[in-house]
Write a protein that binds this ligand. Structure first.
Ligand code: SF4
Length: 705
């Protein structure tokens, strides 16, 4: 059988894999693609199990009693399902206005699908109501990078450059669990003496291998980063020539850091003064050095300013734009980078253009063949849209692609209530996720190895996702579904279901934008093993490394932005005396809709564990593997406890791959990025005799076969 080289369906590293369909299964092996070089994690090795999984959705589903979500789902034909959706959209828009119908996308969609979904909402629905789950993932770092560097490309250099850094500060990042093959670059650096510093309230696998582990209280990273910059200024370690020649705005930042002296920062964060000083000395004198942030630092109600504080530090030390050096953010979702570039954000048009920019509107409208005045204005961000579902002025009909909101959105009880208030919920997925199980209409979609398209990985490298086998007979691609729905809404002439045709249009729509794909073709991606954007012309080599000479800002300089510590939106008090933080396990991916169905992964990790320090557990009479109830102001959940002497005694960690963690989390939003405060809220803990409050997915439940 032919072998197809494509990429793992999960995280943003996008490891290369070769698929060989056999008589009864699909053989999957790693390739030597430049990011994974023959490595895969357990998720990647087992990804082929998704392709013929018995839970797979194979036909559309609708409610037995239309409009009654308490009635079971039954199988339906495509014509019936799509007619129901299109008729409902038209009647809801007639009654409540165009913005009453919206869409919620995902960072796992291919570039072609993310682009088409954004266009579908603006051109077919003519609605402002769209956002996506990347708002919950990358938006803080993206906002900080845009305002400071003029561009948001997660890593502005190839991931392999990490191996050449002599010092790496990883803030809120745990690649040893989240993307294990990437550790080869950190390991290679360590093998020749590189020193790694990990900032994390838990002693993660990444922290365990580091030279220095800083354990701040969740929500105090900004104070920590400002404290590091204070030390750099006081010890004469900032790069004055770089600051003078390549940046603006440092004097205000220098002044702001006066009040972050090490003793005060130690009291605020819990990180010892000596560790602060050693960290700065390593970053400044043991170069080349990098600062990498991830969700632990970014998913806060001050996440943008926290990412900015680390960026300020990197700029002040003169790291950005130098070889094996710089600032980057480690993107999580498979197409978390491309998914935030081409128009599924509430305020965005393709090419990372702004929807409120008249020139951008004119350019994209011309590519789409519509009048710029037809384009809606920017809509509401993800949680703001979810919070108003079913209300006056809110969305009444929601189309969800590649997202399992019930598990992944904060304050899950509120989001579930709001989803229940919708007049119409349509979910496209490969399995009956917790969100799909609530839907009026479920549309079975093709998955990673059954479709063509492109993804953009954490380095900004645009790569090919290739079709290795046909989808099941009655399963369609999202591009087909969106084109067919547009057709039924009288706007079909604007849409194509062919990925190559869509990509060629995306190239034109992105031309001249920040994320410029104009020169990237399917053939070039194939021949060059991916092409880095910006790539404005077919004879342009692409841009693996940014910022060597200038920043893409009006004056070519990077901008310092003064930022000050603010307490998290919720701090511990007498009733809720501990801090809850959330994160990943090695065996699971995102909401777990896929990986919780993979046998080897569920055997390795059958349920979420609440991690707490033995001293904290002892105070509450909790032993390892006992049940522990966590309560916040928004909900409660019961988990099996794992005692971990490597976590702060005032902090509890829960993984977010199951229903549970987000029953507790705080939807307080960052004012700049609209990122919810996933990583710090106040909780109470108590021993419990209940069973864990997690549910395993099942396709059988509630469906009339
Ligand atoms: Fe897949 Fe990410 Fe694991 Fe690579 S690191 S195999 S892309 S989940």
């Amino acid at each position: 059988m032919p072998v197809t080289e494509t990429h793992c369906p999960y995280c943003a590293l996008q490891c290369g894999v070769a698929l060989a369909p056999q008589r009864t299964s699909v053989r999957l092996e790693p390739t030597d693609f430049p990011v994974n070089r023959g490595g895969l994690c357990a998720k990647g090795w087992t990804a082929a199990e998704l392709l013929d999984h018995p839970d797979r959705l194979l036909t559309p589903l609708v409610r037995k009693v239309p409009g009654d979500r308490t009635s079971p789902l039954r199988e339906a034909g495509w014509d019936e399902a799509l007619t129901l959706v299109a008729d409902s959209i038209e009647s809801i828009q007639r009654r409540y206005g165009r913005d009453s119908v919206g869409a919620f996308g995902g960072g796992g969609l291919t570039n072609e699908k993310a682009y088409t979904l954004g266009k579908f909402v603006r051109v077919a629905l003519r609605s402002a109501s769209i956002d996506y789950n990347g708002r919950f993932c990358m938006s803080s770092a993206a906002t900080a990078a845009n305002r400071s560097l003029g561009v948001d490309r997660g890593l502005p250099f190839p991931v392999a450059d990490i191996a050449g850094a002599r010092t790496v500060l990883l803030a809120g990042a745990n690649p040893a669990d989240a993307m294990p093959p990437s550790m080869q670059y950190l390991d290679a650096g360590r093998a020749v003496g590189a020193k790694h510093i990990v900032v994390d309230p838990r002693r993660t696998a990444t922290a365990a291998g580091s030279y220095l582990h800083l354990q701040p209280l969740p929500g105090t990273d900004l104070a920590l980063a400002n404290g590091l910059l204070h030390v750099a200024v006081r010890e004469g370690l900032v790069d004055e020539a770089y600051i003078r020649d390549r940046t603006t705005g440092f004097e205000s930042v220098r002044a702001a850091t006066n009040s972050y002296w090490p003793g005060r920062v130690e009291r605020m964060t819990g990180v010892p003064e000596a560790s602060l000083r050693e960290t700065v000395r390593l970053l400044a004198t043991n170069g080349p050095a990098m600062i990498l942030t991830a969700r632990g630092a970014e998913q806060h109600s001050n996440g943008t300013d926290t990412a900015q504080a680390y960026l300020n530090l990197a700029l002040a030390l003169g790291l950005v734009g130098r070889p094996h050096s710089g600032y980057g953010t480690i993107t999580g979702q498979g197409n978390g980078q491309g998914g935030r570039e081409h128009g599924q954000k509430a305020d965005q048009l393709p090419g990372y253009r702004r929807l409120d920019d008249p020139a951008a509107r004119a350019h994209v409208a011309a590519v789409w063949g519509i009048d710029p005045d037809e384009l809606p204005r920017p809509g509401r961000s993800a949680y703001e849209m979810l919070d108003r579902l079913g209300t006056d002025g809110g969305v009444r009909a929601l189309l969800v692609l590649a997202s399992n909101i019930v598990v992944s959105a904060p304050h899950a009880n509120r989001v579930t209530d709001r989803l229940n208030a919708l007049d119409l919920l349509v979910v496209s997925d490969i399995f009956l996720s917790e969100t799909a199980a609530m839907a009026d209409v479920v549309l079975p979609t093709a998955q990673w190895a059954e479709e063509d398209g492109t993804m953009t990985n954490l380095e900004g490298r645009v790569i090919r996702r290739k079709r290795a086998l046909d989808p099941p007979a009655d399963v369609r691609t999202d591009l087909q579904v969106l084109a067919e729905l547009a057709n039924r809404l009288g706007r079909g002439r604007y849409f194509s279901a062919d990925p190559r045709t869509v990509f060629d249009e995306l190239r034109r729509a992105s031309a001249g934008g920040i994320a410029d794909y104009a020169g990237i073709t399917y053939e070039r991606i194939e021949a060059e093993r991916g092409v880095f954007w910006p790539c404005p012309a077919e004879d342009h080599p692409g841009t693996p490394r940014l910022f060597a000479d200038r920043f893409p800002t009006a004056d070519g300089r990077a901008t310092f932005v003064r930022v000050e510590h603010r307490d998290p939106a919720e701090v511990p008090d007498r009733d809720f005396p501990y801090v809850l933080t959330t994160g990943r396990n090695m065996q699971q991916y995102q909401s777990g809709n896929q990986t919780r169905r993979v046998h080897a992964l569920t055997v390795a990790l059958p349920e979420p564990r609440a991690e707490l320090h033995p001293d904290l557990a002892r105070r509450h009479g909790i032993a390892d593997s006992d049940m522990v109830e966590l309560r916040s102001r928004r909900g409660r959940a019961v988990f099996r406890a794992r005692l971990n002497p490597g976590i702060r005694p005032d902090t509890v960690f829960v993984p977010f791959h199951w229903v549970g963690a987000n029953l507790l989390t705080n939807p307080a939003l960052d004012p700049h990025s609209k990122m919810p405060a996933f990583k710090a809220c106040a909780v109470a803990i108590a021993a419990s005799t209940e069973e864990p409050s997690t549910e395993e997915p099942s396709t059988e439940e509630g469906i009339i076969q």
